[in-house]
Design a protein around this ligand. Structure first.
Ligand code: CTP
Length: 389
């Protein structure tokens, strides 16, 4: 009934962007963006107050949102034009029509709109032939200066192409190549590159996207690197490691740090550090030292006990990357340690059950049992118990 409400206020409202694209593609989308021809702020405030809902408004951007009790969040924006002072900078905003609002966007596949104003509810608006491009699996920019106005779109084009298995339309492709060649990524704020890379590393098809970034020399412009077969193999291993480790440790791992440590692994530490700093990967830069020293010790470690000691002190967040570089023996060694650590043969409560009184000595006994378990001296609990007895 936002559509009804909108009509009452004399505004036209439209669902636009990613969600419409994903509806056409039959994919799920989490964010719903609504454009209001009129005033989004006014619509949000009145609707939320009348229905007793939580809302936020950002008048200087002419945007805001309404939060529903079930957690659904709708983002609203007044239809607007944006003026860029210089390529890649944050834009100034001004009221406009839906057409003008859509015209400033990146690719045709993101320009579809569905009207929700009551009297036109459900009407599909496709000013730029986005529907055909989705059907033909094409990424197409709306105007020649698109990449110049916003070089971040170079990264977005490749991210969408990889994610959706789309191709760059011919003219878009040649303009993208030209923009890369002209070093336009160097004009984009590094903070925005950081955001875009973080999104990239969270994509399911990250490897395909990285291959495209390599093909179009974007990896080279950003980091001075190319992808060879060796690197690709490491990246495949990294992806497997995320899954294997998640299963054992029951946790998700940060993606950016792990991908970046693998991607930049041919460089000396100082260069890696500087590149990470350049693109505001502060945490990743901070931990590179710890990562590399753990890596060195793991490589040199002779037995599972040393592996166990290192793993105890090492920040496990970077384990997926670290394990990509290991030979299969060492890899299996770490997996074994992690599994045994998760399910030790004997716990404190077992000792109590055996009639021992809780004491500081418990720790020593447990550690002793665990080391023997690591070295395969015990195969099962019974063997450990009879050892204690
Ligand atoms: N947009 C743009 N140029 C950019 C970033 C965004 O033109 N550099 C436009 C796009 O048209 C996009 C809209 O702003 O549809 C919203 O951006 P975002 O939420 O990043 O895009 P989605 O299409 O929703 O992407 P995703 O599926 O990754 O959420």
């Amino acid at each position: 009934d936002i559509g009804q409400f909108s009509e009452k206020l004399g505004y036209k409202s439209f669902i636009i962007g990613g969600v419409v694209r994903d509806i056409v593609l039959g994919k799920q989308s989490l964010d719903i963006d609504i454009i209001v021809e009129g005033s989004a702020i006014d619509l949000i405030k009145r609707y939320a107050k009348e229905n007793n809902l939580t809302y936020h408004v950002y008048p200087e951007f002419m945007t805001g949102n309404i939060v529903f009790p079930n957690g659904l969040k709708l983002d609203f924006a007044t239809a607007r034009k944006e003026e860029y002072d210089s390529p890649g900078s944050y834009p100034k905003v001004e009221k406009a029509t839906l057409f003008e609002d859509l015209y400033r966007r990146d690719f045709t596949i993101n320009t579809l709109a569905i009207e929700i104003t009551y009297s036109n509810f459900g009407k599909l608006i496709d000013y730029f032939n986005g529907l055909v491009d989705i059907k033909e699996k094409r990424i197409r920019i709306l105007h020649t200066l698109s990449f110049v106005e916003d070089p971040i779109r170079i990264l977005r084009a490749l991210r969408f192409a990889g994610r959706l298995e789309f191709k760059l339309e011919k003219k878009t492709e040649s303009l993208l190549k030209h923009a890369v060649e002209k070093d336009l990524l160097n004009f984009a704020p590094t903070g925005r590159i950081n955001l875009e890379l973080n999104l990239t590393f969270k994509e399911e098809k990250v490897l395909d996207i990285l291959k495209l970034m390599d093909k179009y020399k974007v990896l080279y412009k950003l980091f001075g690197i190319t992808l060879d077969k060796e690197k690709e193999k490491l990246l495949v291993k990294l992806q497997d490691n995320f899954l294997i480790l998640k299963e054992i440790l029951n946790t998700d791992f940060p993606t950016s740090s792990n991908y970046l440590y693998v991607l930049l692994s041919n460089y000396p530490q100082e260069i890696v550090y500087n590149l990470l700093k350049k693109y505001h990967f502060e945490k990743e830069a901070k931990y590179i030292d710890e990562f590399l020293s753990a890596f060195k010790i793991v490589k040199e470690s002779q037995n599972k006990y040393t592996l166990y000691r290192i793993l105890k002190s090492f920040n496990k967040e970077f384990l997926p990357a670290l394990m990509s570089f290991l030979d299969s023996n060492k890899f299996k060694g770490i997996i074994d340690v992690l599994k045994k650590e998760k399910n030790p043969l004997i716990k404190g409560e077992d000792l109590i059950e055996l009639g021992l009184k809780p004491s500081p000595e418990f720790k020593t006994i447990l550690e002793d049992i665990f080391v023997k378990y690591l070295n395969d001296q015990f195969k099962n609990k019974e063997e450990a118990v009879s050892y204690i007895k």
